[in-house]
Unconditional design. Structure first.
Length: 306
Protein backbone atom coordinates (compact mmCIF):
# COMPACT_ATOMS: atom_id res chain seq x y z
CA UNK A 1 0.00 0.00 0.00
CA UNK A 2 1.42 3.44 -0.91
CA UNK A 3 2.77 5.49 1.98
CA UNK A 4 1.40 8.88 2.93
CA UNK A 5 3.75 11.52 1.54
CA UNK A 6 4.51 15.09 2.64
CA UNK A 7 6.35 17.14 0.01
CA UNK A 8 8.18 20.13 1.51
CA UNK A 9 9.08 23.05 -0.78
CA UNK A 10 11.74 25.13 0.98
CA UNK A 11 14.31 27.72 0.00
CA UNK A 12 15.25 31.39 0.37
CA UNK A 13 12.82 34.26 0.20
CA UNK A 14 11.72 35.37 -3.29
CA UNK A 15 13.03 32.19 -4.97
CA UNK A 16 9.52 31.20 -6.08
CA UNK A 17 8.28 28.67 -3.52
CA UNK A 18 4.61 29.65 -3.77
CA UNK A 19 4.24 29.22 -7.58
CA UNK A 20 6.09 25.88 -7.42
CA UNK A 21 3.94 24.64 -4.53
CA UNK A 22 0.76 25.64 -6.38
CA UNK A 23 1.86 23.87 -9.56
CA UNK A 24 2.73 20.72 -7.59
CA UNK A 25 -0.53 20.76 -5.64
CA UNK A 26 -2.58 21.18 -8.83
CA UNK A 27 -0.69 18.41 -10.62
CA UNK A 28 -1.04 16.05 -7.66
CA UNK A 29 -4.61 17.05 -6.73
CA UNK A 30 -3.89 18.12 -3.16
CA UNK A 31 -3.63 21.13 -0.81
CA UNK A 32 -0.88 23.31 0.66
CA UNK A 33 0.25 23.93 4.24
CA UNK A 34 2.12 27.16 4.95
CA UNK A 35 5.51 26.90 6.66
CA UNK A 36 6.40 30.59 6.90
CA UNK A 37 6.57 31.89 10.46
CA UNK A 38 5.31 35.37 9.52
CA UNK A 39 2.62 34.45 7.01
CA UNK A 40 0.59 32.97 9.88
CA UNK A 41 -0.30 36.56 10.93
CA UNK A 42 -3.26 38.07 9.10
CA UNK A 43 -2.11 41.65 9.80
CA UNK A 44 1.16 41.14 7.87
CA UNK A 45 -0.05 40.45 4.33
CA UNK A 46 2.14 42.65 2.11
CA UNK A 47 5.44 42.58 4.00
CA UNK A 48 5.49 38.79 4.24
CA UNK A 49 4.62 38.21 0.56
CA UNK A 50 1.61 36.18 1.64
CA UNK A 51 0.08 34.25 -1.29
CA UNK A 52 -2.51 36.44 -2.97
CA UNK A 53 -6.23 35.74 -2.80
CA UNK A 54 -6.03 34.61 -6.43
CA UNK A 55 -3.26 32.14 -5.58
CA UNK A 56 -5.15 30.89 -2.56
CA UNK A 57 -8.20 30.37 -4.76
CA UNK A 58 -6.18 28.17 -7.14
CA UNK A 59 -5.27 25.74 -4.37
CA UNK A 60 -6.51 25.65 -0.80
CA UNK A 61 -3.89 26.93 1.67
CA UNK A 62 -3.77 26.14 5.38
CA UNK A 63 -2.15 27.79 8.43
CA UNK A 64 -1.94 31.11 6.61
CA UNK A 65 -3.25 34.37 8.08
CA UNK A 66 -4.97 32.39 10.82
CA UNK A 67 -3.26 34.08 13.77
CA UNK A 68 -2.93 37.62 15.11
CA UNK A 69 0.30 39.40 15.95
CA UNK A 70 -1.16 39.82 19.45
CA UNK A 71 -1.18 36.05 20.06
CA UNK A 72 1.73 34.05 21.40
CA UNK A 73 2.96 31.74 18.67
CA UNK A 74 6.13 29.72 18.13
CA UNK A 75 7.53 26.61 16.46
CA UNK A 76 6.16 24.33 19.19
CA UNK A 77 2.59 25.58 18.70
CA UNK A 78 3.08 25.38 14.94
CA UNK A 79 4.15 21.74 15.27
CA UNK A 80 0.98 20.89 17.18
CA UNK A 81 -1.28 22.64 14.66
CA UNK A 82 0.55 21.30 11.60
CA UNK A 83 0.65 17.67 12.73
CA UNK A 84 -3.05 17.72 13.64
CA UNK A 85 -3.85 19.26 10.25
CA UNK A 86 -1.66 16.78 8.38
CA UNK A 87 -3.50 13.87 9.99
CA UNK A 88 -6.84 15.33 8.91
CA UNK A 89 -5.70 15.99 5.35
CA UNK A 90 -4.27 12.50 4.99
CA UNK A 91 -7.80 11.17 5.43
CA UNK A 92 -8.53 12.66 1.99
CA UNK A 93 -5.16 12.75 0.22
CA UNK A 94 -2.14 10.48 -0.13
CA UNK A 95 0.10 13.47 -0.78
CA UNK A 96 0.25 16.92 0.85
CA UNK A 97 2.44 19.90 -0.10
CA UNK A 98 4.06 22.15 2.51
CA UNK A 99 5.81 25.36 1.45
CA UNK A 100 7.77 28.00 3.32
CA UNK A 101 11.13 29.41 4.27
CA UNK A 102 11.10 28.97 8.05
CA UNK A 103 13.61 26.22 8.75
CA UNK A 104 12.64 25.84 12.38
CA UNK A 105 8.96 25.36 11.51
CA UNK A 106 9.82 22.79 8.86
CA UNK A 107 12.12 20.91 11.23
CA UNK A 108 9.36 20.94 13.84
CA UNK A 109 7.17 18.99 11.42
CA UNK A 110 9.94 16.66 10.23
CA UNK A 111 11.64 15.91 13.54
CA UNK A 112 9.56 17.48 16.32
CA UNK A 113 10.30 20.09 18.96
CA UNK A 114 11.53 19.19 22.42
CA UNK A 115 8.84 19.53 25.07
CA UNK A 116 9.78 22.87 26.60
CA UNK A 117 7.69 24.06 29.58
CA UNK A 118 5.44 27.07 29.17
CA UNK A 119 6.81 30.37 30.49
CA UNK A 120 5.07 32.79 32.83
CA UNK A 121 4.56 36.03 30.82
CA UNK A 122 5.64 38.04 33.87
CA UNK A 123 9.02 36.29 33.90
CA UNK A 124 9.43 36.94 30.17
CA UNK A 125 8.54 40.62 30.56
CA UNK A 126 10.94 41.12 33.46
CA UNK A 127 13.88 39.43 31.70
CA UNK A 128 13.22 41.53 28.59
CA UNK A 129 13.25 44.71 30.69
CA UNK A 130 16.55 43.65 32.26
CA UNK A 131 18.01 42.95 28.83
CA UNK A 132 16.94 46.37 27.54
CA UNK A 133 18.50 48.03 30.58
CA UNK A 134 21.70 46.00 30.96
CA UNK A 135 22.51 44.78 27.45
CA UNK A 136 23.55 41.58 25.71
CA UNK A 137 26.73 40.89 27.67
CA UNK A 138 24.80 40.67 30.94
CA UNK A 139 22.47 37.92 29.69
CA UNK A 140 25.42 36.10 28.10
CA UNK A 141 27.20 36.07 31.45
CA UNK A 142 24.06 34.93 33.25
CA UNK A 143 23.59 32.06 30.83
CA UNK A 144 27.22 30.98 31.18
CA UNK A 145 26.77 30.84 34.93
CA UNK A 146 23.39 29.06 34.80
CA UNK A 147 23.88 26.61 31.93
CA UNK A 148 27.47 26.35 30.62
CA UNK A 149 26.53 23.40 28.38
CA UNK A 150 23.94 25.36 26.43
CA UNK A 151 26.23 28.42 26.45
CA UNK A 152 28.79 26.45 24.41
CA UNK A 153 26.36 25.79 21.54
CA UNK A 154 24.09 28.84 21.71
CA UNK A 155 24.11 31.69 19.21
CA UNK A 156 25.47 34.23 21.67
CA UNK A 157 24.53 37.15 19.42
CA UNK A 158 20.84 36.17 19.37
CA UNK A 159 19.23 37.71 22.47
CA UNK A 160 15.88 36.07 21.73
CA UNK A 161 17.42 32.58 22.06
CA UNK A 162 19.40 33.53 25.16
CA UNK A 163 16.37 35.04 26.87
CA UNK A 164 14.29 31.96 26.08
CA UNK A 165 16.91 29.77 27.78
CA UNK A 166 17.01 32.04 30.83
CA UNK A 167 13.20 32.01 31.05
CA UNK A 168 13.13 28.21 31.23
CA UNK A 169 16.00 28.11 33.72
CA UNK A 170 14.25 30.58 36.01
CA UNK A 171 10.87 28.86 35.71
CA UNK A 172 12.11 25.31 36.35
CA UNK A 173 15.34 25.66 38.25
CA UNK A 174 16.89 23.26 35.71
CA UNK A 175 19.42 23.90 32.91
CA UNK A 176 17.80 24.69 29.59
CA UNK A 177 20.07 22.10 27.96
CA UNK A 178 18.39 19.35 30.01
CA UNK A 179 15.21 19.84 27.95
CA UNK A 180 17.00 19.59 24.59
CA UNK A 181 17.02 15.85 23.99
CA UNK A 182 17.49 16.11 20.23
CA UNK A 183 15.48 12.90 19.83
CA UNK A 184 13.43 12.89 16.64
CA UNK A 185 9.73 12.13 16.95
CA UNK A 186 8.19 9.35 14.90
CA UNK A 187 6.09 10.52 11.96
CA UNK A 188 3.48 8.32 10.33
CA UNK A 189 4.26 9.61 6.85
CA UNK A 190 7.17 9.84 4.44
CA UNK A 191 8.80 13.16 3.59
CA UNK A 192 10.43 14.50 0.45
CA UNK A 193 12.38 17.70 1.10
CA UNK A 194 12.78 19.95 -1.93
CA UNK A 195 15.10 22.95 -1.91
CA UNK A 196 14.74 25.73 -4.50
CA UNK A 197 17.70 27.91 -5.43
CA UNK A 198 18.88 30.28 -8.15
CA UNK A 199 22.20 31.91 -9.10
CA UNK A 200 23.00 34.67 -6.61
CA UNK A 201 22.62 37.52 -9.06
CA UNK A 202 19.22 36.24 -10.23
CA UNK A 203 17.99 35.75 -6.66
CA UNK A 204 19.19 39.21 -5.63
CA UNK A 205 17.42 40.76 -8.61
CA UNK A 206 14.20 38.97 -7.63
CA UNK A 207 14.55 40.17 -4.04
CA UNK A 208 15.03 43.78 -5.13
CA UNK A 209 12.09 43.56 -7.50
CA UNK A 210 9.88 42.03 -4.82
CA UNK A 211 10.67 44.84 -2.36
CA UNK A 212 9.78 47.43 -5.02
CA UNK A 213 6.51 45.57 -5.66
CA UNK A 214 5.70 45.50 -1.94
CA UNK A 215 6.18 49.24 -1.71
CA UNK A 216 3.94 49.73 -4.75
CA UNK A 217 1.28 47.49 -3.18
CA UNK A 218 1.16 49.62 -0.02
CA UNK A 219 3.72 48.21 2.41
CA UNK A 220 4.30 51.63 3.97
CA UNK A 221 0.61 51.95 4.80
CA UNK A 222 0.53 48.45 6.28
CA UNK A 223 3.52 49.30 8.48
CA UNK A 224 1.95 52.61 9.58
CA UNK A 225 -1.12 50.74 10.81
CA UNK A 226 1.06 48.31 12.77
CA UNK A 227 3.41 50.93 14.21
CA UNK A 228 1.57 51.15 17.58
CA UNK A 229 2.39 47.47 18.13
CA UNK A 230 6.00 47.57 16.96
CA UNK A 231 7.26 46.11 20.25
CA UNK A 232 5.63 42.77 19.44
CA UNK A 233 7.97 39.95 18.44
CA UNK A 234 6.07 39.28 15.20
CA UNK A 235 7.00 42.75 13.93
CA UNK A 236 10.71 42.25 14.57
CA UNK A 237 10.85 41.36 10.89
CA UNK A 238 12.71 42.58 7.80
CA UNK A 239 10.56 45.07 5.91
CA UNK A 240 8.85 46.32 9.04
CA UNK A 241 11.86 47.24 11.19
CA UNK A 242 13.39 49.41 8.48
CA UNK A 243 10.17 51.34 7.84
CA UNK A 244 9.75 51.88 11.58
CA UNK A 245 13.20 53.53 11.44
CA UNK A 246 11.95 55.78 8.63
CA UNK A 247 8.95 56.74 10.76
CA UNK A 248 11.39 57.60 13.57
CA UNK A 249 13.09 60.04 11.12
CA UNK A 250 16.41 58.19 11.40
CA UNK A 251 16.62 57.65 7.64
CA UNK A 252 14.89 58.66 4.42
CA UNK A 253 12.30 56.46 2.73
CA UNK A 254 14.74 55.61 -0.07
CA UNK A 255 17.36 54.60 2.51
CA UNK A 256 14.82 52.43 4.33
CA UNK A 257 13.88 50.65 1.10
CA UNK A 258 17.55 49.99 0.29
CA UNK A 259 18.04 48.62 3.82
CA UNK A 260 15.10 46.27 3.32
CA UNK A 261 16.68 44.96 0.13
CA UNK A 262 20.09 44.49 1.76
CA UNK A 263 18.72 42.83 4.90
CA UNK A 264 16.50 40.56 2.79
CA UNK A 265 19.52 39.42 0.78
CA UNK A 266 21.34 38.65 4.05
CA UNK A 267 18.30 36.77 5.32
CA UNK A 268 18.20 34.70 2.11
CA UNK A 269 21.84 33.69 2.66
CA UNK A 270 21.06 32.54 6.20
CA UNK A 271 18.08 30.54 4.94
CA UNK A 272 20.23 28.77 2.36
CA UNK A 273 22.87 27.98 4.98
CA UNK A 274 20.19 26.43 7.20
CA UNK A 275 18.57 24.32 4.47
CA UNK A 276 21.88 23.13 3.01
CA UNK A 277 22.75 21.49 6.33
CA UNK A 278 20.14 18.84 5.61
CA UNK A 279 21.72 16.28 3.28
CA UNK A 280 18.29 14.82 2.46
CA UNK A 281 17.18 17.97 0.64
CA UNK A 282 16.85 17.58 -3.13
CA UNK A 283 17.81 20.82 -4.89
CA UNK A 284 16.11 22.21 -7.98
CA UNK A 285 15.65 25.49 -9.78
CA UNK A 286 12.07 26.79 -9.49
CA UNK A 287 11.40 26.23 -13.20
CA UNK A 288 12.28 22.51 -13.07
CA UNK A 289 8.77 21.28 -12.29
CA UNK A 290 9.25 18.20 -14.46
CA UNK A 291 12.34 17.20 -12.50
CA UNK A 292 10.49 17.65 -9.22
CA UNK A 293 7.50 15.62 -10.44
CA UNK A 294 9.80 12.84 -11.67
CA UNK A 295 11.33 12.62 -8.19
CA UNK A 296 7.88 12.46 -6.58
CA UNK A 297 6.65 9.81 -9.03
CA UNK A 298 9.79 7.74 -8.44
CA UNK A 299 9.18 7.88 -4.70
CA UNK A 300 5.54 6.86 -5.13
CA UNK A 301 6.51 3.87 -7.32
CA UNK A 302 9.05 2.77 -4.73
CA UNK A 303 6.35 2.85 -2.07
CA UNK A 304 3.96 0.85 -4.23
CA UNK A 305 6.54 -1.86 -4.86
CA UNK A 306 7.67 -2.03 -1.23
Amino acid sequence: MPSLLLIIVAGPTAVGKTPVAIQLAKQLGTEIINADSRQVYHEMRIGTAMPTLVQQAEVKHHLIGHRSIHERYNASLYEQEAIELIRKLFRHYKIIVMAGGSGMYINAVCHGIDDIPAVDPAVRERLNREFQAEGLQTIQTRLLRSDPEYYKRADLNNPKRLLKALEIIEMTGKPYSSFLTGKAKHREFDIIRLGLDLPRDVLHHRINRRVDSMMAEGLLGEVRELCPFRQLNALNTVGYKELFEYMDNTCSLDEAVERIKGHTRQFARRQLTWFRKDRQTNWFTPDDISGILNLVIKKMKQDESA
